[in-house]
Design a protein. Structure first.
Length: 306
């Protein structure tokens, strides 16, 4: 007689779904970033935000009448408003950076965001992070440094813009986790409204009338970004920030691939080495998380082991 089958641990299932959604969201964001980099070579950041946000709002309209969709300012309005400001600043800074930087270089700056989130999550999110995961995250950040090859030549103002954007992105991810009880549609809707407001203010400066094809691409930008936001918001609600955010490292892999295929950027050997280190660190984190969720015993320690 076969042994009875036990249902999967809900926490393990949520962690797996959270990781899968983060990976999907990052892929979709990468496609969105490729289109954005191509468009900002012709149109201003304000125009890109304007058309992107209008298209996203059209996608969201069927959902905003649902119960709970307008609970965004219920409970912690200051935190909600802070998230809107952070999300608007992050997207503006990113598009501003990729005007001057190769896609892979800009993504490398953004890959510092999981390090900030991991450092903040015990204090702001109450997550317990073991020394093994801290070590893996540190190794991943070392991979970013190898890929970037920091030097005086990289410390330009576009690099500073990208670094500021990565910091804004990290804090946006933290606030998203703190607002886990807010409906996803509310988070995305007001985030889109913030970007639209910024676009309305800045688009008139350097306006270029888009062609029909470019107008369609500008609109598609908003639709794709909305789907990516939905994936990442849900990911952060299913699993801890320290568990899912390391998988943002896959941004670099997609940037290397799309940068070569679309923009003809040939990756440096150091970039490829850094990417390998980053992927190895992310896979180690995934393995340790899966092992912990299965309840595999480990040596007792004063510090929680992952």
């Amino acid at each position: 007689m076969s042994e009875p089958r036990h249902s999967a641990d809900p926490a393990q299932a949520d962690a797996a779904r959270g990781i899968a959604l983060m990976l999907l969201g990052i892929l979709v964001f990468s496609l969105n970033d490729v289109m954005g980099k191509w468009l900002v070579s012709t149109y201003s950041v304000g125009q890109v935000l304007l058309f992107r946000s209008l298209a996203a709002l059209l996608v969201l309209l069927p959902f905003i009448g649902r119960p709970g969709a307008w609970r965004i300012f219920h409970g912690r309005p200051g935190l909600h408003a802070t998230r809107v400001v952070l999300s608007t600043a992050e997207v503006m800074l990113f598009y501003g950076a990729v005007v001057y930087l190769p896609l892979a270089d800009a993504m490398t700056f953004w890959l510092a965001a999981p390090i900030y989130v991991a450092a903040l999550s015990p204090l702001l999110l109450g997550d317990r992070i073991g020394w093994r995961r801290w070590t893996a995250i540190a190794v991943g950040f070392a991979g970013v440094l190898v890929a970037l090859q920091p030097s005086a030549a990289t410390l330009t103002w576009p690099a500073g813009v990208a670094l500021a954007g990565s910091v804004a992105f990290a804090f946006m991810m933290v606030t998203g986790r703190l607002l886990r009880d807010t409906p996803d549609i509310a988070l995305i809707f007001w985030q889109t409204v913030g970007a639209l407001a910024a676009g309305l203010v800045t688009a008139p400066f350097g306006w270029v009338t888009p062609s029909g094809r470019d107008l369609a691409l500008l609109s598609l930008l908003g639709i794709v970004a909305t789907g990516a936001h939905m994936c990442i918001n849900r990911s952060l609600k299913l699993a801890s920030a320290a568990t899912v955010t390391p998988f943002q490292y896959t941004l670099l892999l997609w940037a290397l691939l799309f940068g070569y295929l679309v923009f003809g950027d040939v990756p440096r050997p150091s970039m490829l080495l850094g990417a390998a280190v980053i992927v190895a660190a992310g896979l180690f984190i995934l393995f340790r998380e899966a092992r912990r969720q299965r309840g595999v015993p480990s040596r007792p320690s004063a510090i929680e082991g992952l």
